[in-house]
Design a protein. Structure first.
Length: 173
């Protein structure tokens, strides 16, 4: 039997190491999130991050995952179904570069591992879309394998970047 559920990395498929890898991505932005409300995750990918963060947040902070890719949305929904969390909505079809998004308001926007691998139009669209859906003073958090002074900020980010390049995919500076 096959499942729609994907994993962010091949290492995440090993149940003995997966918890440690997910904890590495503990949401440092959590101190900025409201106690209750809606967090929109743009480009949710496999769905692992959203489920992990929603579990840690508690029931009054609702997470709305999204992705433009239908297979990614199926994976996200599989993660949600397995977790059985009441504070995660089904995945939305959302293209960050689009002029309109299928959601009118969010209390925070989170985007992990997208802007460094997407066309510039997606990065610009993300900022414009977040400005449309966030309240005044709202919070947008971006995370990725960024570099500071030419150096990766964590070994896992360096590995992500290396694996991405090994696939022959373009990484935008």
């Amino acid at each position: 039997m096959t499942t729609a559920k994907r994993f962010n990395t091949k290492e995440n498929t090993d149940p003995t190491t997966r918890p440690a890898l997910i904890v590495e991505y503990a949401p440092p932005y959590a101190i900025y999130l409201p106690q209750r409300g809606l967090v929109l995750e743009v480009a949710s990918g496999s769905g692992e991050h959203c489920v992990h963060f929603a579990r840690a947040a508690g029931p009054e902070l609702v997470f709305q995952p999204s992705d433009p890719d239908a297979e990614a949305r199926a994976s996200i929904d599989a993660w949600i179904a397995e977790a059985g969390l009441p504070n995660v909505r089904p995945a939305l079809a959302l293209d960050a570069a689009a002029d309109s998004w299928p959601i009118g308001r969010a209390d925070a926007v989170v985007c992990i591992n997208m802007i460094h691998i997407s066309p510039w139009a997606s990065a610009v669209g993300l900022v414009r879309g977040a400005a449309r859906v966030l309240p005044s003073g709202g919070f947008m958090y971006l995370y990725g394998p960024y570099r500071r002074e030419g150096r990766h900020t964590a070994p896992s980010n360096e590995a992500f970047d290396r694996d991405f390049l090994a696939l022959g995919l373009t990484v935008f500076p």
